[in-house]
Design a protein around this ligand. Structure first.
Ligand code: ADP
Ligand code: ASP
Ligand code: MG
Length: 450
């Protein structure tokens, strides 16, 4: 069995779904489970409809929703078999229209946001299942929600892996063994009581990995719009090169620090079983892509000790200066308890004798977090920052590397530097507006010019 996950651009229009059909057909002997994202841009659009519903006129909302549904209708009409999906999509569109109207004068709750966002994946999976069926492939549409059971932290739910393992095996394995191709949704799940949840933006990769682990798949294929994991985001560095292979650790570091190509948790369920993740370009299925696996042969790119550079914007730096930290124990425990209490994830940390700098991405609980941190010492915040992560081989033991990195970064100011004990990564903070240039300058220094 394999998992074949198709991201938003790989299902964006009927030509893309046509390519998906041929890719799935070429893998029938591998017993694929097909996982799809929403059509490109649809999750964003659904979430903005939810946000606008509080104040926007109902006529305007209806027109916007109609435009969104029309995209699905157009695809349904241009692919044989897909029009069978239309009744359920349009009926659900009508339910959504009424749900949006009920949000008038009310801000949507996280649970309502998830129920709205989940529509994107539900609708695409119906279209794709119809189109695969129309192309003569035996398919079964599967609602993933009763399988993908999560906690109730809406918009960033945590999946219950044990339950998922059991249910995925019970439900999906027999279908594959009977020669059916299950077609299901990434990104979405449900609580034990059946309320829709989502796994966080970009979460379809994570779904694919969770199902891959549950079914002990021989590989998890991530079909996307680039050739694989690259030396930098090709949207920023046009000369970025594709890595043939990568380790789980490299992929996780790059994804955590902004490489959107994979959801940061993707490798997590697969590490123990050693299941490979293969990132492939759905526009060029013949290209070999990037294989992420335990035995990956990690080669240098040219003579560079660095293999890839990523960046993540929208970062806030919190600095705490606490003279009583000097020689005191228990300080870090007190500090991290505060972050835990406010459920705020820390990305990068750098500490001195009496001060500590911490970066966070989620600002939703910033005010109460800062209030509690002020109990520990003087606190000041720097906003609109970006984290740059440099990932490579044996970075810790490469003399002169830091000098080379910071030389390349100049004249941008480097703020928080962290290397930790990992020899594969080095991270630092710059002003957000400097981020893309810093990535380009580093790429030029280590991989040559554009
Ligand atoms: P999908 O919709 O298929 O899930 P995403 O947009 O989530 O696709 O991820 C693919 C995008 O990730 C690419 O188009 C590319 O711009 C971006 N990206 C960022 N960093 C990297 C990197 N290091 N290697 C490849 N792609 C990257
Ligand atoms: N459609 C979801 C998103 O846009 C999930 C995904 O694409 O992986 O975040
Ligand atoms: Mg994605």
């Amino acid at each position: 069995m394999i998992i074949a996950k198709f991201g938003g651009t790989s299902v964006a229009e009927s030509e893309a779904i046509g390519r998906l059909i041929e890719i799935v057909r070429s893998r029938i002997v591998d017993q694929p489970v097909v996982v799809v994202s929403a059509l490109a841009g649809v999750t964003d659009r659904l979430l903005s409809l939810a946000a606008e519903s509080e104040t926007e006129e109902s006529g305007t909302l209806d027109r916007a929703l109609r435009a969104l549904l029309d995209r699905h209708v157009e695809i349904a009409h241009s692919l044989p078999g897909a029009d069978g999906a239309l009744d359920s999509i349009l009926a659900d569109g009508e339910t959504l229209r009424l749900e949006l109207h009920e949000l008038r004068d009310r801000r949507p709750t996280p649970a309502q946001l998830d129920a709205i966002a989940a529509r994107g994946e539900l609708w695409t999976s119906r279209l794709v299942a119809g189109a695969l069926g129309g192309a003569g492939i035996n398919v079964t549409w599967v609602d993933i929600r009763p399988i993908m059971v999560t906690d109730a932290r809406f918009t960033r739910a945590t999946p219950y892996m044990q339950v998922i393992n059991t249910r995925a095996r019970e439900c999906l394995r027999p279908l594959c063994q009977a020669g059916q191709v299950p077609v299901t949704q990434g990104f979405i799940g449900a609580t034990a009581t059946g309320a829709s949840t989502t796994l966080g933006r970009g979460g379809s990769d994570f779904t694919a990995a969770l199902l891959g682990a549950a079914l002990e798949a021989s590989r998890v294929e991530i079909w996307t719009d680039v050739d694989g994991l690259m030396t930098a985001d090709p949207r920023i560095v046009s000369s970025a090169r594709t890595l043939k292979a990568a380790s789980y650790e490299e992929a996780a570091e790059l994804a955590t620090f902004g490489a959107k190509i994979l959801h940061p948790a993707t490798a997590l369920p697969l590490v123990r079983l050693g299941i490979p993740i293969v990132i492939l370009n759905s526009r060029h299925p013949d290209r070999s892509g990037t294989t992420i696996e335990p035995e990956a042969v990690i080669e240098q790119v040219g003579d560079s000790p660095i293999r890839s550079i990523s960046w993540k914007q929208g970062i806030t730096v919190i600095n705490i200066r606490a003279p009583r930290m000097l020689g005191a124990f228990g300080f870090l425990r007190a500090l991290f308890e505060i972050f835990e209490r406010h459920e705020t994830v820390v990305d990068v940390l750098a500490s001195g004798e009496i001060s500590i700098s911490i970066t966070i991405e989620d600002r939703s609980r910033l005010t109460p977090l800062l209030r509690d941190l002020e109990e520990l010492g003087e606190v000041w915040v720097e906003e609109r920052r970006a984290i740059i992560a440099v990932v490579g081989i044996g970075l810790r033991n490469t003399p002169g590397l830091a000098a080379r990195v910071f030389n390349a970064v100049w004249p941008a100011n480097v703020e928080v530097i962290s290397q930790g004990c990992s020899s594969i990564n080095m991270t630092f903070v710059v002003r957000q507006e400097d981020g893309p240039d810093v990535v380009r300058r580093l790429h030029r220094e280590f991989f040559g010019s554009d």
